[in-house]
Write a protein that binds this ligand. Sequence first.
Ligand code: DX5
Ligand code: ZN
Length: 213
Amino acid sequence: MNPVLVSASVLSADFLHLEEDVRKVIASGVDGLHLDVMDGHYVPNLSFGAPLVKALAKISTVPLDAHFMVTNPLEYVDLCRQCGVETMTIHPEVVYHFHSALSQIRQAGMKAGVALTPSTLPSVLEYVRDLVDFVIVMSVNPGFSGQKFIESAPAKIAAVRQMLGERVRIGVDGGVNPQTSLLCRQAGADFMIAATAIFGQEDYAQAIRSLRG
Ligand code: DX5
Ligand code: ZN
């Protein structure tokens, strides 16, 4: 089993000292920053939007993955491109034309990510597989950090890996801790996204290492 990459979800960072906290997590060895943009419509929570994505892009020295939990993600393609966001991740349920949406992200020069909620079938990927760079299997219902890992996620990771092969990176988002990370790695995931299991710990470097396995 290969060690996995770890991305820190800033949703649980210290918002009163955000720059300091984000610089600290980067210095602690995280491989990427995961930005959860929420609109209070697609998910029952409001987080942050374009101004914060822009600000974090300015100070980040690691790649950014922007996870859009909004009803209109395509309105942010240009902004993400301008900021240098590496991967723009969307939920298939919110776009009328999924194939076209992924193409727009790719044409803007970014990697296209697809987030699957716990109830979303992996078959949604079947006819767009050539347009997908990154799949996030969500192991909680989107909206909040600090939720409990949903046990069906590893089986879905294995199904996605089987369907898409090795080219596509598979991340897990929600309730990731050292124990659930191991289950997900065994199922074929190669990217862990974590908020609480990093920002909720005293020693970020140690927390990141324990998620890598
Ligand atoms: C949930 C977000 C996650 C969240 C993860 O909708 O997509 O990225 O911040 O938080 P933890 O790691 O605490 O489950
Ligand atoms: Zn997320």
